[in-house]
Design a protein around this ligand. Structure first.
Ligand code: FAD
Length: 391
C-alpha cells in the first residue's frame, strides 16, 4: 500500500488516484531494491548502468504521458511525483528518464505527426530504444532560440544536417537523437529524429564532470547527415514549437529538483538523529532543528508550486512563464536545501558514502540545465512587464 513520504508534509500525494499511488509504490520499491545501493559507486566511477534501462522502463515509468503508450488516464501531478521519486534516489537516473521520456518523447509527442508518434513513442516508452535531445551547441546555450548554427538543408525528399551540439544527455548511447537545426531556406528552427547510426553522426562523451556523473553527456558533430523527410518532426517548424516541449520538461525539472532536495534532507535527518555531539543527538540541538525545518519549508513550498503548475497543465492553462517560474524557484530552493543538508553532516557531508555529497554536486546541473535561473527569470520578467530583456 502507498505511503506518502514524511517529507510530503502536507500530504499532497494522498489525493492521487489509487492506481497512480500504486504505480508510485512500484517505482519506489524498484528504486530501493535495484538502484539505491549502486549509485554511490556509479557516481564515483562516472558509469551509466545500462543493465537497468530495461527493468526500469518495465515498471512503466516512461509510459504515462502519451495516449499512444499510457495504460490508463492519469494526472500531470502524478507524473511529477514519479520524477520526484526517481530524483530522491538519484538525479542522474531521473535525468536519464527526463531526457528519453521527457525531452525525446516530448518532442515527438508535441511536434510529431500521428504516424511518427505511433512509430516512435511505444519503442521509447518500453526502453527498446533510448532517446536524446540536441538543442544546445558549443557557441549557443541560453540564446539557442536565436543563436543556433546547426543547419538543415532540403535536398529533394531528404534533409542534410551540419553542425555541432554540446551537453547532449544520453547521447553516447542513444538510438535516436532529436536534432534542432535552422532551415537554410527560411532560417526557422526545425526538429529531426536522427537515428544515431546515420553516417556523419559522431558523439563523444564529455569527461571529468563534477555533477550528474552517472548520466552520460556528449558533444555531437553532424557532417552531411542525410535524413529522409519522414524523420522531420512534422509540426516542429519554428523555435516556438521547441519552446512548447521545454514548457513541459521545465515543469518536470522543477519536480525533479524537489526530489533532489528530499534525498539530501532525508539523509541529513537520518544522520542528525544518530550523530551525538555535546552528549545528545545533533537533531536535539536547536540550530540543527532550524536547518531541518528550513529544508522542509523549501520542500513543501516547492511541492505546492509544482502541484499547481501540473494542475494548470491538465487544465490547458499552463504558460511558459508558469513552468519557468517553477523551474527557477524550485531549483533555487533545492540549492539551498542541499547546502543546509550538507552543513548538518559536518565533515562527513563531503564524503560520498553519506549520500548528501552526491545530491549536493548533482544539484548544480539541475540548476543550470533546461534554462538557467537567469533565463527562466527573464521569461517571467517578460510576462510581468511585457518587455523582453534577453538581448
Ligand atoms: P551560457 O548560455 O553560456 O550562460 C552562461 C551564464 O550566462 C549563465 O549563468 C546564464 O544564465 C548567463 N546568461 C546568458 N545570457 C544571459 C542574459 N541575456 N542575461 C543574463 N544572464 C545571461 N542541452 C541539450 O540540448 N540537451 C541536453 O540533453 C542537455 N543536457 C545537459 C546536461 C547537463 C549536465 C548540463 C550541464 C547541460 C545540459 N544541456 C543540454 C545544456 C543546458 O541546457 C545549457 O548548459 C544551459 O541552457 C545553459 O547554456 P550554457 O551552458 O551554454 O551557458
Amino acid at each position: 500500500t502507498f505511503q506518502p513520504l514524511d517529507s510530503d508534509f502536507y500530504g499532497f500525494s494522498t489525493t492521487l488516484e489509487p492506481h497512480e499511488q500504486e504505480a508510485l509504490t512500484t517505482v519506489r520499491s524498484f528504486l530501493a531494491d535495484h538502484v539505491a545501493d549502486r549509485v554511490t559507486d556509479l557516481w564515483e566511477t562516472a558509469e551509466f548502468p545500462h543493465d537497468l534501462i530495461r527493468p526500469l522502463m518495465a515498471t512503466g515509468v516512461g509510459t504515462w504521458a502519451w495516449e499512444e503508450t499510457r495504460p490508463r488516464e492519469n494526472s500531470a501531478v502524478f507524473r511529477g511525483f514519479l520524477a520526484l521519486e526517481l530524483s530522491r534516489v538519484d538525479a542522474s537516473i531521473s535525468t536519464f528518464l527526463g531526457v528519453t521520456e521527457g525531452l525525446a518523447m516530448g518532442s515527438i509527442g508535441v511536434c510529431g505527426s500521428a504516424a511518427q508518434r505511433a512509430e516512435w513513442l511505444p519503442r521509447l516508452a518500453s526502453g527498446e530504444i533510448v532517446g536524446a535531445f540536441g538543442l544546445t551547441e558549443p557557441l549557443s546555450g541560453s540564446d539557442s532560440a536565436r543563436g543556433l548554427t546547426t543547419t538543415a538543408t532540403r535536398d529533394g525528399d531528404h534533409w542534410v544536417l551540419n553542425g555541432q551540439k554540446r551537453w547532449i544527455g544520453n547521447a553516447t548511447f542513444s538510438d535516436i537523437t532529436i536534432i534542432w537545426a535552422k532551415d537554410t531556406a527560411d532560417n526557422q528552427v526545425k526538429g529531426f529524429i536522427v537515428p544515431t547510426d546515420t553516417p556523419g553522426y559522431v558523439a563523444t562523451k564529455i569527461e571529468r564532470k563534477t555533477s550528474l556523473r552517472i548520466v552520460q553527456n556528449a558533444d555531437i558533430t553532424l557532417t552531411n547527415v542525410r535524413i529522409p523527410e519522414s524523420l522531420k518532426l512534422e509540426n516542429a517548424n519554428s523555435f516556438a514549437d521547441t519552446a512548447q516541449v521545454l514548457r513541459l520538461t521545465r515543469a518536470g525539472v522543477a519536480w525533479s529538483s524537489v526530489g533532489v532536495a528530499i534525498g539530501a534532507y532525508e539523509a541529513a535527518l537520518e544522520y542528525a538523529r544518530e550523530r551525538i555531539q555535546f552528549g545528545k543527538p545533533i537533531a536535539a540541538h536547536q540550530m540543527i532543528q532550524d536547518l531541518l525545518a528550513k529544508c522542509l519549508a523549501n520542500i513543501t513550498a516547492s511541492i505546492a508550486l509544482c502541484v499547481r503548475v501540473s494542475e494548470m497543465h491538465d487544465a490547458d492553462a499552463q504558460r511558459d512563464e508558469h513552468s519557468a517560474l517553477a523551474k527557477s524557484f524550485c531549483t533555487s530552493r533545492m540549492r539551498e536545501t542541499v547546502a543546509w543538508s550538507r552543513e548538518i553532516l559536518g565533515g562527513n557531508g563531503i564524503v560520498l558514502d553519506y549520500r548528501v555529497a552526491r545530491f549536493f554536486a548533482d544539484a548544480e546541473a539541475l540548476y543550470s540545465y533546461e534554462g538557467t535561473r537567469e533565463m527562466n527569470t527573464l521569461i517571467v520578467g517578460r510576462a510581468i512587464t511585457g518587455k523582453a530583456a534577453f538581448v
